[in-house]
Design a protein around this ligand. Structure first.
Ligand SMILES: Cc1cc2nc3c(=O)[nH]c(=O)nc-3n(C[C@H](O)[C@H](O)[C@H](O)COP(=O)(O)O)c2cc1C
Length: 181
């Protein structure tokens, strides 16, 4: 199973980095698969630890993809995380494109209850993935997927989802303008 999480890492100088990642979960072992080049990859190889933030505030996902990374933290833990796990790197399966970083979960802590699924959150996550692939996908595919995702968004979004959606749509518009030149 793949869970969409916010992975926080730190380099040897203590600089913290946040990145949304699809983390592969196999019981107490998890795998993070960053595409090269990746700060998450560099940091994990350097310090061997990371925190997985289980987070339903989709602004963090959209924010990381649109240059907003100043979200409140307690050390490596996002203040808005419903729960977090501290993980330790145990094995690297190297690959030119996408190495596999196998980690062991050391500790999981709950902070707040999970309050149920929301379709607009799904829409924002999928739109964030489209934004991460803007240079790879045809614009017609981006437009048709956004049109579909907008249905769930408009029916079910709260303020957080609308704000996150707005950031992503601005990013797509800016990309289109840049590429129309
Ligand atoms: C929901 C979601 C899941 C993602 N999963 C991955 C992933 O598994 N691997 C990856 O390299 N990038 C993934 N991305 C894109 C990265 O978050 C983004 O490109 C990141 O800034 C690049 O990695 P870095 O911050 O470690 O340099 C994902 C983005 C989203 C929105």
């Amino acid at each position: 199973m793949i869970q969409e999480l916010i992975v926080t890492t730190q380099n040897a100088a203590g600089i913290i980095h946040l990145a949304p990642m699809g983390v592969h979960i196999h019981g107490d072992e998890i795998a993070i698969l960053p595409f090269r080049p990746s700060t998450t990859l560099t940091n994990l190889l350097e310090t061997k630890t990371a925190v997985l933030n289980y987070c339903d505030d989709v602004r963090i996902f959209a924010g990381c993809l649109t240059g907003r990374r100043d979200f409140a933290l307690n050390g490596l833990i996002l203040k808005c995380a419903l729960a977090h796990s501290k993980v330790e790197l145990v094995r690297v399966e190297d690959d030119e494109t996408r190495p596999k970083l196998v980690c062991k979960i050391l500790k999981t802590v709950n902070h707040a209850p999970f309050l149920g699924f929301n379709r607009a959150q799904y829409s924002v996550l999928e739109a964030a993935i489209l934004v991460s692939r803007l240079k790879m996908l045809p614009l017609e595919k981006i437009d048709s997927e956004i049109a579909y995702l907008k249905i769930g968004l408009e029916k079910t979004a709260g303020q957080r989802e609308l704000e996150a959606w707005g950031w992503l749509m601005d990013e797509i518009e800016a990309f289109k303008k840049e590429n129309a030149k």
